[in-house]
Design a protein around this ligand. Structure first.
Ligand code: NAP
Length: 324
């Protein structure tokens, strides 16, 4: 139904959406949360950042009380108990249980506090493991996600369904767009929690000149990468929708792990070869989101070319983590 409307000719202007608004951001010191806070600041919002030190989102009554006291107009939920694939594999309980609780507490608290909208960061990992590529929103429920991050993915699905329920029952504008894998300046430095690009970047900047870069798996699975500032802009732009929608936020560009690893080498001006280790797991075979609905409903598309984003990330990693 919504797709039949003419596509907006330009992406939303964040200052029009957020200027003068009181906006709570959870996970405000995380990778995405910091980028969201920076964009809200530039848009003229009154940003009310929450980190774990200020408020433990696992504490339901504390979340309700704090949100009521802060009186936000909008809540942007970027907190997550999460990490890379290795962390998910070793912490299936925390990755499911804690995230269900955190998500539910913030959504419930935002509604009870009288906010007019809730925007929660969702993830492409909520899609079925085997899904036609590019992933379109209507296929979201057609199978079980990649089992390595099953409970985490299910926590994202619970939030999706509860957003739908809050809108249906209370008319509350609640949505959780599905974000592709993120990369860019400010990503995790802890190798145990790094995603694919962060893991490759961290290794490549430490390699001696000309040394080979070892890559887990066969190099054939595909991934999509969304630059951090594009992700923050896309997430915040969702407030421009006339009603909440299930919506992908990605680039629509699918890269093999081998091509990605080569792009990382190029961004770092590293001349070493790629060496694949097929004894290590490949993970989900293909991942790439359709961007058609975001373009049709929001007029939004990611702006940052991969090579440009990787160069910015390399510069940041080199400054944050000098070679040993
Ligand atoms: N990174 C990606 O590639 C990616 C891809 C798709 C979707 N997403 C989604 O984007 C969102 C943000 O991801 P991210 O990469 O920015 O994560 P992140 O860097 O790990 O940040 C998450 C933040 O959540 C906070 N947090 C965790 N447990 C908490 C608790 N119990 N109470 C209060 N705060 C808590 C942490 O606060 P402290 O720092 O204070 O501990 C942390 O700063 C998540 O929903 C994730 O699923 C991320």
């Amino acid at each position: 139904m919504q797709l039949e409307r003419p596509a907006p000719s330009a992406p939303p202007v964040l200052a029009d959406l957020y200027g003068g608004q009181r906006v709570v951001v959870t996970g405000a010191r995380g990778f995405l949360g910091r980028a969201v806070c920076a964009q809200l600041d530039r848009a003229g919002a009154t940003v009310l950042p929450l980190g774990r030190a200020e408020l433990d989102l696992l504490d339901r009554s504390a979340v309700k009380a704090r949100l009521r006291a802060l009186r936000p107009e909008v809540v942007v939920h970027c907190a997550v108990d999460g990490g890379g694939l290795g962390w998910m594999r070793d912490h299936p309980v925390e990755s499911g249980l804690n995230n269900v609780l955190i998500n539910v507490h913030v959504l419930e608290g935002a509604h009870e506090a009288g906010a007019r909208a809730f925007l929660g960061a969702g993830s492409a990992c909520a899609y079925p493991r085997i899904c036609p590529v590019p992933f379109v929103e209507d296929d979201l429920w057609q199978g079980y996600p990649e089992p390595t991050n099953g409970p985490y993915a299910q926590s994202k699905r619970v939030l999706l369904d509860l957003c739908r329920a809050y809108h249906a029952q209370h008319g509350f504008f609640a949505m959780t767009p599905l974000l592709a894998n993120l990369y860019g300046p400010g990503d995790h430095l802890d190798p145990g929690r790094a995603h694919v690009v962060a893991a490759l970047l961290q290794r490549v900047i430490r390699l001696p000149a000309g040394a080979p870069l070892e890559v887990w798996g066969t190099g054939t699975p595909t991934r999509e990468l969304l630059y951090i500032d594009d992700a923050a802009e896309g997430l915040l732009s969702c407030l421009a929708l006339s009603e909440p929608a299930v919506l992908n936020l990605g680039t629509g560009m699918e890269h093999s792990i081998a091509a990605l690893a080569q792009a990382v080498l190029d961004a770092a001006d590293h001349s070493g070869a790629l060496v694949f280790d097929p004894t290590k797991p490949d993970g989900q075979p293909r991942k790439c989101l359709s961007t058609a609905r975001a373009e049709a409903l929001l007029g939004w598309r990611a702006r940052t070319p991969l090579a440009e984003g990787l160069r910015a990330a390399v510069t940041w990693y080199r400054a944050a983590e000098p070679p040993r």
